[in-house]
Ligand binder design. Structure first.
Ligand code: NAP
Length: 358
């Protein structure tokens, strides 16, 4: 738990975008983190947050609305913990500059996810991979560091398959995604392209799903992450849903489970012990629905305050061993909420010593 008497000052980079706004909503009233700074591009810097951001959902607290948006440099943004919702076009350089300057960066961008010394973490699934952070800091001579969370569609898949992998060892996955428009940020996909339509392509999404899953379900041996040996074939589709990525999965295993055995394992799973009880941890992390027509984003996306993954339709598969459908909130579980939970786990396990900033 958070043993420090005071709340940690935190900043959000890319605070004006879809994920940045989710950070601001989720940090409102957070027991351990105090949002003190917001930053975005030069287009927004110098403006009040109220004027710079087109606020999308719910009330905007006056104390945040009145903050002046800063430029994304460690000379301007002083908080020791920095949540990054930056576009990948800029995240690489900016996040490294913050880490070098002694800040802990919790990144949503793709840039560092597959770098060997950077933890790629879904806390309930592989919270122990955060141990790589100490090696990263030593190796790079950084007082700070970078921790990433996964692509939002990969997050759904990894959460649903982690319990099954632990018990039956996943060997191959065929995944078809139906991804919400909010996954493309704001303003994102033009309405005339997506209303009443399905777009069978999301730039760069399939390679992310196909590579990140092995790292997430891999093993941290104290020195490195040994990726799980899983072959993934992904089809990524954009659908006219506001929030919630749904994924249909056909899965092959080293030890073939019956649907009943798989359901028993999914229902019993509680994930990494150290995560339970953290402020943003959903309880349970997985919700298993028996109805033939669930999960559905409209009905299930806000389970566990947007942090739970809903699973249904677990049944035998004619192609591989098992089929199932999984869904979670792409902006909360798959982005801002996932980063905040990573930070909570780092605080509660005392892994933040030596950070700089004020
Ligand atoms: P977005 O709505 O387009 O927001 C992008 C943010 O980056 C804005 O705050 C923007 O600031 C800022 N930015 C752009 N160029 C910049 C620059 N040169 N310098 C500093 N800041 C700059 O995108 P998003 O959906 O929030 O996604 C943010 C990141 O999270 C991306 O890396 C994305 O891949 C990842 N992600 C998104 C989701 C999702 O469901 N949306 C899920 C997982 C991961 P201005 O307003 O000033 O331009």
């Amino acid at each position: 738990m958070n043993t420090s008497a005071t709340r940690w000052p935190v900043a959000v980079l890319g605070a004006t975008g879809a994920v940045g706004q989710a950070f601001i909503r989720l940090l409102d009233g957070h027991p351990w983190f105090d949002l003190v700074e917001v930053a975005a591009s030069e287009r927004s810097a110098g403006k009040s947050y109220r004027d710079a951001a087109k606020w999308l959902e719910g009330p905007l607290r006056a104390s945040v609305a009145g903050l002046t948006v800063k430029a994304c440099t460690p000379d301007e943004v002083m908080a020791p913990i920095v949540f990054s919702a930056l576009d990948s076009g800029v995240a690489g350089e900016v996040e490294a500059a913050f880490a070098k300057a002694g800040r802990l960066v919790l990144s949503n961008a793709k840039n560092y996810r597959m770098v060997a010394d950077v933890p790629l973490v879904i806390p309930e699934v592989n919270g122990d991979h955060l141990g790589m952070l100490a090696q990263q800091r030593a190796l790079r001579g950084w007082a700070g560091g970078i921790v990433t969370n996964a692509n939002c569609a990969t997050t759904v898949i990894a959460a649903a398959l982690a319990p099954l992998h632990e018990r039956f060892q996943v060997t191959k996955v065929f995944a078809t995604t139906m991804q919400a428009v909010s996954g493309a940020g704001y303003p994102g996909v033009p309405s005339l392209d997506i209303l009443g339509n399905v777009i069978p392509y999301i730039g760069d999404e399939e390679p992310k799903i196909e590579t990140e899953l092995g790292k997430l379900l891999g093993r941290y041996d104290g020195q490195q992450i040994v990726p799980a040996d899983i072959v993934v074939s992904a089809h990524a589709n954009r659908v006219p849903v506001e929030h919630g990525h749904t994924v249909c999965l056909s899965v092959g295993f080293a030890t073939k489970p019956t649907p009943e055995q798989a359901l028993e394992v999914l229902r019993a799973w509680r994930g990494v012990e150290a995560v339970r009880g953290l402020p943003s941890a959903p309880e349970p992390a997985l919700i298993i629905r028996d109805e033939a027509d669930r999960p559905q984003p409209r009905r299930d996306v806000n389970e566990g305050r947007g942090m739970a993954t809903t699973i249904g339709r677990v049944r035998a598969d004619h192609l591989f061993d098992l089929r199932l459908v999984a869904m979670s909130h792409n902006v909360v579980r798959g982005a801002a909420g996932g980063s905040i939970l990573n930070a909570e786990l780092l605080v509660s396990t005392g892994q933040l010593a030596g950070l700089r900033g004020s």
